[in-house]
Design a binder for this molecule. Sequence first.
Ligand code: C5P
Length: 411
Amino acid sequence: MALAGKNILLGISGGIAAYKTPLLVRQLVQAGAQVQTVLTRSALEFVTPTTLAALSGRPPRLETFDIEAESAMGHIELARWADALLIAPATAHTLARLAMGLADDLLTTLALATPASLFVAPAMNQQMWAHPSVQRNLTQLIDAGCRVIGPESGEQACGDVGEGRMSEPEAIVRSLIESFAPQRLAGRRVVITAGPTREAIDPVRYISNHSSGKQGYAIAAAARDAGAEVVLISGPTALAKPPGMEFVAVESARDMLAASQAAAPGSDVFIGVAAVADYRPAQQHDRKIKREKTGDMRIDMQMNPDIIHSVARSDRRPQVVVGFAAETNDALQHARDKRVRKGLDLIVVNDVSLPGIGFNSNDNAATIISAHEEVVLHKQSKDALARALISAIADLLDSQLAPTNPESAPQ
Ligand code: C5P
């Protein structure tokens, strides 16, 4: 009964995924929630008010100016009653109305009038989902504090395959339950490095590596969702800037060092996920190097600064410093040594020689090593692994706060 005592306004807009909402209502009720459904006019094409009334125990609300319903509970009262407003499915049109702040029906009026958190579970054709206007509206909503659940990838009702399927009711209910859990990094400042670095040879060539940035971006999003103020310092990646955080774009290891040294002092957590190039060309040519007619070419390499080591030994060292170790052999032993050598609290090690995890993949498997224990995280999505790491960091922050000797505890 994880939602016992919670009042959920469930907004249903008019997409084919609305056929899943009776199941969603049932699962919310089973989790202990009181559910009031609110339908847009087009939702009526996909789901019947009778079904929703039977499952939620309350007649769905349809119109802003329904005298009978309004006299039972006015829409402002309804907006105040809610602990969360969940819109599932959220169509492209409804996302646009929400982003614009329109109040042209009961659902959008409630979205403006409620002090409760807004959750949307988008559902639409993959082409629509990818449209810049939809993504812009979504970014705007996230920046305003809205939480987005899904969508998932797969076969769509229209026959297309791609991203845009509404998340399954269980996943939606799980996200809602998680959101009511206390935000474990609220009030904390977390600085994260992600992606590769690029080390210029000349104006058109560089040395880099295969890091996609996916794991670092997922950790940044998980820290943000746990309530932290996040600074994401990223080398060049193909990923969109995640909303709801400060984003610093860098190219080389030396740029990343400067950005880290500017952001890390005074922060609570530093997580070095970036695959920083260990060496850079000793000389960077101002002009493109011309091909010689014969003979080979040599590039002298010079060692790059170790960013995380510099943060870990700085004066205003963050309370928790976390590094990553991508290894191809003797992963655990190398990582244990590296944790101590670099002065880290935690190191997350993964064996990048294993198929289906690590660089560029959407999944990862890792072991989190601290001074006291080693926790194995089996193969899972990079998002799930990110949440597990954030929870381990929150545990560490909490344990560092907990007084070990009650007599020395501040009064
Ligand atoms: O020594 P290695 O490169 O394997 O260390 C990996 C860890 O150290 C990662 O957390 C990475 O972000 C960090 N690192 C760094 N600066 C470097 C090299 C690695 O911050 N120059």
